[in-house]
Design a binder for this molecule. Structure first.
Ligand code: ZN
Length: 275
């Protein structure tokens, strides 16, 4: 999956979101023109490069079954008419337009042990990030969501309890989305989405947000591996996927600290997505 071309995803989703959000027109798309500090990651395509795409294949743990190549529907290609230039997009989603900015994202929390540790590392590096939380976890640790927001981070909806939305009937899809936290962003569990999921997200005025870089931290490959994935994928505007819930995240915390130390020296800053 790591070798698959980026930007495979549900561009259809953005169409819905773009139409429904009906926010200010964006002056440009999510074009990345600068080289990343380290090579090896596919650049964003110049056209049709929406800010919300990514590779699929996310989480797992005992709670979140590991994705398999057949676990998700084929990537949805943008329809021929999906020229982004003609679409209204929120100005603040011109992610690559801010220079050497990374968008760190953490899924499956909040979790009482690891979320505070992630918050601590982010604070140490003066980094802002986005937490895609599960409604079921929020119900248990609402104070951690308050802490995330108080620290300047943003919070996105990762549904109520991490069901794969593409396998659900419409009413259940809406139920899963509605059961999650109120946000302008939705990250469907495992990144699995289709036109029905996109339509449901749009109905709740939530933009589907996936990722550009999957650190595979949920596989617990070792902190060095996760750190390498972050460093390799770092480029202006990149959305990086990590987890603060769903299992032991000691490797994620260690890797995050090391990677941010290096990336800051390279001139990167870290912003929260406008969720
Ligand atoms: Zn997840």
């Amino acid at each position: 999956m790591a070798n698959s071309p980026g930007r495979l995803l549900p561009l259809v989703a953005a169409l819905f979101c773009g139409a429904v959000l009906a926010q200010a027109a964006t002056p440009s798309d999510h074009t990345v023109t600068s080289a990343a500090p380290s090579a090896g990651t596919s650049p964003h395509p110049k056209s049709g490069g929406l800010p919300i795409t990514a590779k699929r294949g996310e989480p797992s743990s005992s709670k979140h079954p590991a994705p398999t190549p057949t676990a998700h529907p084929p990537a949805t290609k943008p329809p021929a008419s999906s020229t982004r230039a003609s679409r209204a997009q929120p100005d603040d989603w011109n992610l690559a337009g801010h220079g050497k900015v990374l968008y760190l994202t953490f899924d499956d929390g909040p979790q009482h042990e690891w979320t505070p540790k992630v918050l601590q590392v982010l604070r140490k590096h003066n980094a802002r990030a986005t937490f895609f939380v599960l409604g079921i976890q929020v119900a248990q640790y609402p104070e951690l969501v308050t802490a995330e927001r108080a620290a300047g981070h943003t919070v996105g909806n990762h549904t109520y309890d991490h069901k794969t939305l593409t396998g659900l009937p419409d009413a259940k899809i809406r139920q899963e989305i509605a059961g999650g936290i109120t946000s302008k962003c939705l990250r469907p569990p495992t990144g699995a989405t289709n036109a029905k999921v996109a339509a449901a997200a749009a109905a709740y005025h939530q933009r589907e947000v996936l990722w550009d870089v999957d650190t595979k931290d949920w596989e617990k490959p070792g902190a060095a591996h996760i750190e390498h994935a972050i460093l390799k994928g770092a480029r202006p505007g990149a959305i990086i996927l990590m987890h603060d819930g769903g299992g032991n995240r000691a490797q994620t915390v260690a890797a995050l600290d090391r990677a941010l130390t290096k990336l800051t020296k390279l001139g990167f800053t870290y912003r929260a997505l406008p969720c």
